[in-house]
Design a protein around this ligand. Structure first.
Ligand SMILES: Nc1ncnc2c1ncn2[C@@H]1O[C@H](COP(=O)(O)OP(=O)(O)OP(=O)(O)O)[C@@H](O)[C@H]1O
Length: 632
């Protein structure tokens, strides 16, 4: 354990508290339970379908390399069998009667065959290895392209569905990485099976009585390997919660985000103690496992030795009674050894294939589910613009939510207007704006751009006509330029004017490489911005887009007073002729709106301009009065 720092004398460090609650299960260990419980036969039964799925995927990534991998591996097995049979010829000649030079001469053709088989096998194995290695990166790319093609295309609402999230986490966190391993394990399983079949075939050809000797020699090893693997799974599965807890604590000790607080609150000694307790417990379990596995392997080896002894005795008896010649017995020993090595390969790869196959299946299931979440093709093109947007009687409930976020909402936005949504937290403003932007589909009700029903329009095309300055905008790990243009370069003039409107020009002027500065500290020469500076960039992004409808969701929450004032001035100047939908809690700023909708619990409870709403003396007047009082 690392040495503890001296405790501060003025305050005792509390005892490490391990009562941190249950650790939630993790994607990375999603199938450990299954692996600890499942038997070898269950694994073996699942093999054919797993091998078929893996080969189908491999075929889609590269038919040529798939065929090469499989055919060269199979040929390698056949050549091995051929080499073993040629050995019998060589041994027969060498062990026959007569002077040694004559016996060697007689053995030469068979020896040449044995040599040729060895060379051919080596070449075939190298070829298979090469094709398999080529397949790996192609598979990885195919799987990732498929995954990310789907994640970026599914309906946005999928991201609010916990089941989609879980499935995505499993597919992305682990499933996609297993594709290559599953395919290579599938090929290895087939190769090992061919190796065993070849050895068994050779024994059968040499003498049928030799066949029953094979299980005698190979089963003890097989038993030990399977048992040791089970022991490891059971232990590691039991350790999953401890390992996750250790990982969480290790992040507190090593992550940048908490580095300052770890020091400010002198947390080091406390955290190290908690870490050490968990790590020690884990170490104890691992040492116990090592002891148990060693015992199992010793038993397996002892039984294996016994099995081999029995094989030799049986061979001796067969030789003594003249059932088989010496050359055949010699080849049988070689064939049994070859089967043993194929079997240990088979056990290892079966285990790997089954385990990785569980995660691989997660990947396949996710892709199938995501396909079902794609927006079906829509008949009408997106409207060129609008004179009036009308939302009628919208209701919307988030997946899994008990209460609807919107209940029977109707709003109207005319071209060139500034319309504001106000209301307390959680009243439904952002949800409504996302439906108007075509990001969510309402459960019931309609949105029309003039006479076009948005349900008939491709949402992607519609989104090209709207710009959203989001409340929780993304801090893209790109240059300042790309953070504003988002890859749609409209020239320097458009870039500078959008940046100026948002006050982002001042931010960019202060960056070491101006617009070319990377806004992410994880990259070399990357730069970090403050919350308000980021918001200015996000606002510039919205203004840069050629959109008929500009949705500003809390665009000034992080801005200083001067920047906020400048932005609202700009919006009140009708943002270069755009229609603006403004969501804000700063009610002084919505005075400029042509119409204000006040939302409460997912319903529009008031609407009108500022003066009308103040005169009404309802929720808006209450909220406005509260804010105004704070400045008096
Ligand atoms: N992704 C989501 N999944 C489930 N419920 C959600 C989700 N997003 C919002 N909600 C719920 O929907 C309701 C409306 O949320 P919305 O974000 O539209 O409110 P808002 O008026 O924009 O709030 P705020 O002023 O805090 O931004 C809230 O009750 C909220 O808890």
């Amino acid at each position: 354990m690392p040495e503890d720092p001296p405790e501060p004398s003025h305050r005792p460090v509390p005892e490490p508290d391990l009562e941190l609650g249950e650790i939630a299960p993790s994607t990375y260990y999603a199938h450990h339970d299954t692996m600890a419980a499942v038997g070898f036969l269950t694994m073996a039964r699942r093999l054919p379908s797993l091998i078929a799925e893996a080969l189908r995927l491999a075929w889609s990534a590269s038919p040529r390399d798939t065929v090469s991998t499989v055919s060269l591996s199979l040929l390698g097995g056949i050549v091995t069998a051929f080499g073993l049979l040629a050995t019998t010829g060589a041994l027969s000649a060498l062990l026959s009667e007569g002077p040694t030079p004559n016996r060697v001469l007689a053995a030469l053709p068979s020896l040449a065959l044995v040599g040729a088989a060895a060379v051919a096998r080596a070449l075939l194995q190298a070829g298979a290895g090469w094709a398999e290695a080529r397949l790996g990166p192609q598979l990885e790319r195919a799987a990732e392209t498929r995954l990310y093609g789907l994640t970026s295309k599914v309906e946005l609402i999928a991201y609010d569905d916990p089941e989609f999230h879980d499935a995505l986490e499993r597919a992305e966190g682990y499933g996609v990485n297993t594709v290559g391993v599953v395919v290579s394990s599938a090929v290895d399983v087939v190769t090992s099976l061919v190796g065993i079949a070849a050895a068994a075939g050779v024994l059968g050809v040499l003498h049928p009585v030799l066949l029953p000797l094979l299980p005698l020699a190979v089963l003890p090893d097989a038993w030990a390997a399977i048992r040791a693997a089970r022991q490891r799974y059971t232990t590691v599965n039991g350790l999953v919660p401890a390992r996750r807890r250790k990982y969480i604590i290790s992040r507190l000790l090593a992550d940048r985000d908490c580095a300052a607080e770890v020091r400010a609150f002198t947390m080091r000694a406390f955290l190290l103690r908690v870490y050490d307790r968990v790590a020690r417990a884990e170490q104890e379990e691992m040492l116990k496992l090592v002891r148990r596995q060693t015992l199992t392997r010793l038993t397996g080896q002892a039984l294996g030795g016994l099995g081999s002894a029995l094989v030799y005795v049986a061979l001796g008896v067969l030789l003594a009674v003249g059932a088989i010649p010496l050359a055949v017995a010699g080849t049988a020993v070689l064939a049994i050894r070859s089967a043993q090595s194929s079997l240990s390969g088979l056990l290892f790869t079966t285990n790997t294939l089954y385990e990785q196959g569980l995660y691989f299946t997660d990947f396949l299931r996710f892709c199938a589910d995501a396909e079902g979440r794609l927006v079906p093709p829509r008949p009408r093109p997106a409207p060129e613009g609008f004179d009036r947007i009308a939302a009628d009687d919208l209701t919307f409930t988030y997946p899994g939510a008990e209460e609807p976020a919107l209940r029977g909402v109707s709003v109207e936005i005319k071209r060139g207007e500034i319309v504001a949504f106000v209301g307390e937290n959680g009243s439904g403003k952002t949800t409504l704006s996302k439906i108007l932007a075509g990001l969510y589909e309402p459960d019931t009700g309609t949105v029309h751009w003039d006479d076009t029903d948005l349900r008939e329009v491709d949402p992607e095309a519609l989104r090209a006509r709207t710009a959203v300055i989001a409340q929780d905008h993304t801090r893209w790990p790109l240059t300042a330029r790309y953070n504003i243009t988002m890859g749609t370069d409209k020239g320097e003039q458009a870039l500078h004017s959008a940046a100026t409107v948002a006050g982002a020009d001042e931010v960019i002027a202060g960056l070491p490489h101006g617009y070319r500065t990377l806004l992410d500290r994880r990259f070399k020469d990357g730069h970090e911005l403050s919350g308000g500076q980021w918001q200015r960039i996000a606002v510039a992004r919205g203004f840069h887009r050629d959109a008929d409808l500009l949705i500003c969701d809390e665009p000034t929450a992080a801005l200083d007073a001067r920047a906020e004032h400048a932005l609202f001035e700009r919006i009140s100047g009708h943002a270069d002729g755009r229609t603006v939908l403004l969501i804000t809690h700063r009610l002084a700023s919505v005075r400029l709106a042509d119409r204000i909708y006040v939302l409460e619990h997912g319903k529009v409870v008031e609407q009108g301009d500022h003066d009308a709403l103040m005169a009404r003396g309802g929720l808006y007047a209450d909220l406005y009065g509260l804010q105004a009082a704070a400045y008096r």
